[in-house]
Ligand binder design. Structure first.
Ligand SMILES: *Cc1c(COP(=O)(O)O)cnc(C)c1O
Length: 402
């Protein structure tokens, strides 16, 4: 019979040891990469120290929802990449959008928004902003004159996407910034489809820029996060509101996003070069009805493309196949390697079908008015070898009859 091993602790000291586990941190050398600060609270030596940290006289943290090192280093990286004074990281792109709009708009205000927007943003504008007493009206994204016609004395902000989903129209950022600033309003831009590697909206006058880091900035389909960038004053307001709203970004996802950002430039250079080639080949493919890509001469806003996207035209494109929904379904089913995954911005090429995913909630008549046909397929172009991407797409398109 084996003797029971002697207990290392009695039950009370086990409770103590359990409660104190992991609090004696090693500190001899400095890590090359920031560790994950997986803590919800910080310890203080004295009441004076709490005062100093709370008043911002001493660098430090208090409680994770108020901010923590991993999300702050991400926010700083985003401010640098977007060319802004300050940044704020949030738990999702929608968190950043909610903070941007709700921290700046209130009872009686009017928001002017682009007619083509990310579906969940559209739902926020339609279903939630009116409950905050904010009226919203819509204008044609590429046309600053159409925004001016819809202007009201209560208009406080303009909301647009740099590149629209799914037709890749460009917002006239310089024209809209000029209009908004002449009338004392803010220009807010969702830069998710471009990323700062493709366009930096602050350079064209945007006041607040939002990115979903879930997409190109994270880049690997493995995290959910968002960011806002802008002046220290606007980001300060956004930060205080985000603490109350609770749009906190967890340390591990912040850490992953910083890791993803390190390769943003090389990933986007490869993906944009692939997208350009793919767009050209699709445009030359007999059965394809139309291709939307800012890098094609056929794009209706050439001058704006040269101004806003001077180096590369992005990694998103969409194309229309004949046969409507059945035609698109046939192509998607035949793809062997490219997944149908309704997200974007990962290193792997993926297709989506706006009619059944991002624009599902939109009435068919409105989709048709915006040119989002049932045969439209969206491609988030990755960094694989272009011949492998094309081979898969070409064999899938082979079944189509024009
Ligand atoms: C994905 C996306 C969002 C929302 O970002 P989440 O991180 O999913 O909350 C907003 N705008 C655009 C254009 C997007 O593609």
């Amino acid at each position: 019979m084996t003797e029971p091993r002697p207990a290392r602790t009695d039950l009370e000291s086990l409770a103590t040891q359990a409660a104190r586990a992991g609090t004696d941190l090693p500190g001899a050398t400095r890590p090359a990469v920031a560790p994950i600060y997986q803590t919800s609270v910080y310890e203080f030596e004295s009441l004076d120290q709490v005062d100093a940290v709370s008043e911002g006289e001493l660098a430090g943290y208090l409680y994770s929802r108020n901010g923590l090192p991993n999300s702050d280093s991400l926010a700083e990286a985003m401010a640098t990449l977007e060319g802004a004074e300050a940044g704020l990281a949030t738990g999702s792109g929608m968190g950043a959008i909610s903070v941007a709009l709700l921290s700046q708009l209130g009872q009686g205000d009017h928001l002017l928004a682009a007619s083509e927007l990310y579906g969940v943003t559209m739902a926020l504008l339609r279903e939630d902003l009116p409950r905050w007493g904010v009226q919203v009206s819509y204008f044609d994204t590429g046309d600053a004159a159409s925004a001016e016609r819809s202007w009201t004395p209560q208009t406080r902000a303009v909301w647009v996407e740099t590149l629209s989903n799914p037709r890749l129209g460009l917002a006239d950022l310089p024209g809209l910034a000029d209009l908004a600033h002449r009338r004392g309003a803010l220009l807010m831009v969702d830069n998710t489809f471009a990323s700062p590697a493709v366009c930096q909206p602050h350079r064209f006058g945007a006041d607040l820029v939002m990115n979903s880091l879930t997409k190109f900035l994270g880049g690997h389909d493995d995290l959910t996060a968002g960011a806002l960038t802008g002046s220290a004053a606007l980001i300060g307001q956004a930060r205080r509101f985000s603490v109350r709203l609770g749009t906190f970004l967890a340390p591990f996802d912040a850490w992953l996003a910083v890791r993803g950002i390190k390769t943003l430039a090389v990933r986007l250079a490869a993906a944009c070069a692939n997208a350009q080639t793919l767009a050209e080949r699709l445009a030359a493919y007999p059965a394809v009805l139309a291709v939307n890509y800012p890098g094609l001469d056929s794009h209706p806003q050439r001058a704006l493309v040269r101004q806003l996207l001077p180096r590369q035209a992005g990694a998103m494109l969409s194309f229309e196949v004949p046969g409507g929904r059945a035609g698109a379904d046939q192509v998607i089913r035949r793809l062997r390697h490219i997944p149908f995954a309704p997200s974007l911005g990962g290193v792997r090429t993926a297709v989506s079908h706006p009619g059944t995913t991002s624009h599902r909630a939109m009435p068919p008549a409105e989709r048709a008015r915006l040119g989002i046909g049932d045969g439209l397929i969206r491609v988030s172009v990755g960094i694989e070898a272009i011949e492998d991407i094309w081979a898969d797409l070409e064999q899938a398109l082979g079944a189509l009859q024009r």
